[in-house]
Ligand binder design. Sequence first.
Ligand code: DSN
Length: 478
Amino acid sequence: MTDARTSAIYRQALEVIAEVEPRVAEATRQELADQRGSLKLIASENYASPAVLLTMGTWLSDKYAEGTVGHRFYAGCQNIDTVEALAAEHARELFGAPYAYAQPHSGIDANLVAFWSILAHRIEGPTLARLGAKNVNDLTEADWETLRGELGNQRLLGMSLDAGGHLTHGFRPNISGKMFHQQQYGTDPTTGLLDYDVVAAKAREFRPLVLIAGYSAYPRRVDFARMREIADEVGATLMVDMAHFAGLVAGKVFTGDEDPVPFAHVTTTTTHKSLRGPRGGLVLAQEEYAPSVDRGCPMVLGGPLGHVMAAKAVALAEARRPEFRVYAQQVADNAKSLADGFLSRGATLVTGGTDNHLVLLDVSSFGLTGRQAESALLDAGVVTNRNAVPADPHGAWYTSGIRLGTPALTTRGFGHDEFDRVAELMIEVLRSTSPGTTSTGAPSKATYRLADGVADRVRAAAAEMLDNHPLYPGLDLA
Ligand code: DSN
């Protein structure tokens, strides 16, 4: 993965940076040390390869290239055309998608492109035809009034945040909850699992324009064939946000009905989570949506990031290699090992386990909020994020859960034994943590007390595993 050339490149790069702003060079060095020395269990993070990271540090960043491949609003975009076309080609091949758009800067951007493309495809076209206009430039102010009225009355049905959906799936404070008339589906209160009959009943009653499937914190697989059936029955467009599990789709862990790409009209993803690429987004679509998705920039996106699209091409080329399938399977196997490690020690998991890359630990049985647990774990070098559980009594800020994922530590080479040990160490921290009080002595949802010595003991035990599985082995900045 890493070799002497990479060490020389990064040493010299940091020297060049330090000549201008040494504090940035120092923070960059420190970030590597921090990531090397901690158990990174954030389900949405990973470690990109040196090839991916190096691709981002070039002059491809210096070019404006609004528009699409071969159809730009700026001159001299031939090299950006090359890298964007390569990213799209790798994405189409990897996911078996008819069409791919590599410009979104993030997952939220990808979802905005998807929303607007669905609205444009489903509403703008028919409205234009009805108004006898060829394109939007032919519309009068009165026509725009009509169009805005129609755009403003569309319905979106997505998974609720506390059941594991994402903010952009119709959460009221998010723009998706404001631009759409939204309703949300949850999970079964007893099992924590999706109940497709309930989703179908809601869809029949609500008749959404957009049905969103996909999640950020649901530890189970989804039957996308069934979701498409539901969408078809009510005439909805099926949009799947696979940001979290794109690596498992790419690595063929999710196939058949669990592979969203053939079933969704539009699929969005990030490229930096289980897919292990640069920070960014991607939209895949059926051919009929391609023209409207292509208008993502400048409709809702700023100028595309040439250096990042190049890095997406490199990462997607990596994901097409056979070893990526081995990695993806190991991510899922490791999540099971982690879940079993918790269950065998008496902890409570939302849905009772996992069959993807993430585990949602309910920390209320330890008498803690997610916020207290997250902080105590961080003291011990275990990096996680707090997350709401279904019907969370502590809401989305303090929460009752801790979300854990295996993509990053699997990249470092952790396997079954290490993940079992991670569960053991985390349980030790949580059992040794007690809730604190506010300055007035009232119970606090944020403060906590971790028993003396535990953080050091856990850090030392983790260091042994981390040393056995170095991050960027051979990369020496000294
Ligand atoms: N921030 C991503 C995550 O952690 O799941 C989603 O936006």
